[in-house]
Design a protein around this ligand. Structure first.
Ligand code: FAD
Length: 305
């Protein structure tokens, strides 16, 4: 039984999510990593260093899920498990692959109980479901934040392959949001802002605090819908899933859909004027009061430190 993990990477850097996926499936058998892309030499070298990896395969990608899936499908007969993180790229590729191979994928896995038994959240994270997957091959997406990262120190071989792809889709352009803050999905500290901020200008307060702490910035859907924060900051059921060591939730009530995205947070600090807000009750530490008074004080204290 062997496993093919499709690596996540961006701008020539391997995503920390891939190291976590490798650790998650380490017990399932030997692991090979597929790096799809262009100019992926550095990414492949990083992947080859991760413990548990027996080989890294590099193939060209034109940047479309449609084309990438054809490469994975060509390699698929060699593997029992075909795995990627449950990030936006994995969510695009793996259901397509499942359809082509006529398999049912098991998605958003947060626990691996055995070769065919997996745990995944349902009902917006309010319950955990154990799935037994008796299919001959398994297509899995892993919620990387639920697992520790594989260690480094390995030196596995890298093999380049050439798979001809016929795709109806063509990548025309990529538009990026420039950001100096850490990646939300893998950050150790996240500062999240809610609709209580009132204006997008006021999100600058959150940004200042995040900068002082070296934190990533998150937001509720209400704040995103109101146009106060960009879409890719949204945390929750329909946004990003985060698992930081510290989550500072500012003016956030704690709706179930938001909580679904922060269950992996190890410590939560809530700043809210309402002592009855669900997130205040859930938090390890709660500061009750007006965020517009508390945040500048916090920033001033951090400046002194
Ligand atoms: P509110 O619930 O309005 O809370 C504002 C909080 O700010 C309150 O607790 C209030 O006491 C506090 N406050 C107000 N003024 C101040 C002040 N001056 N100082 C301090 N505190 C103050 N939401 C998500 O976040 N992520 C999702 O992925 C998501 N997916 C959804 C999917 C579906 C299908 C649906 C139906 C909803 C989804 N939502 C999601 C929306 C969710 O239900 C809530 O509406 C949203 O999370 C509320 O955001 P909020 O906490 O910013 O706003």
């Amino acid at each position: 039984m062997s496993t093919l993990i499709i690596a996540d990477h961006d701008l020539g850097v391997l995503s920390p999510a891939t190291a976590r996926v490798i650790h998650a499936v380490a017990e399932l058998g030997p692991i090979e990593v597929l790096v799809l892309g262009q100019d992926t030499t550095a990414v492949a070298a990083e992947a080859a260093k991760l413990a548990g990896v027996t080989k890294v395969i590099v193939a060209h990608s034109a940047g479309t899920a449609d084309g990438d899936v054809q490469v994975i499908e060509t390699l698929a007969p060699r593997y029992t498990y075909l795995v990627q993180s449950a990030g936006s790229v994995g969510k695009d590729r793996m259901p397509r692959l499942a359809a082509r191979l006529d398999l049912m994928p098991v998605t958003d896995i947060v626990g691996i109980l055995g070769p065919t038994r997996f745990t995944r959240p349902i009902y917006a994270g309010n319950a955990l479901q154990t799935v037994t997957d008796n299919q001959p091959q398994h297509i899995l997406t892993i919620r990387a934040s639920a697992f520790r990262a594989a260690a480094g120190g390995n030196d596995s071989p890298i093999e380049a392959i050439d798979v001809p792809v016929i795709s109806a889709a063509k990548l025309i352009a990529q538009h990026r949001t420039e950001s100096n803050t850490p990646d939300l999905a893998t950050a150790q500290i996240v500062v999240g802002g809610g609709v209580a901020l009132g204006y997008s200008e006021n999100f600058k307060l959150i940004e200042q605090l995040a900068k002082k702490l070296g934190a990533a910035i998150g937001a509720t859907r209400a704040a995103v819908d109101a146009g106060y924060a960009p879409n890719d900051w949204q945390v929750g059921q329909t946004g990003k899933i985060i698992a930081p060591d510290l989550y500072i939730a500012i003016g956030i009530s704690g709706a179930l859909q938001h909580l679904a995205g922060i269950q992996g947070a190890k410590k939560i600090v809530a700043i809210n004027s309402d002592p009855e807000a669900p997130l205040v009750k859930l938090a390890d530490v709660a500061l009750i009061g007006d965020l517009f008074e508390i945040i500048p004080q916090l920033i001033a204290e951090l400046e002194k430190a």
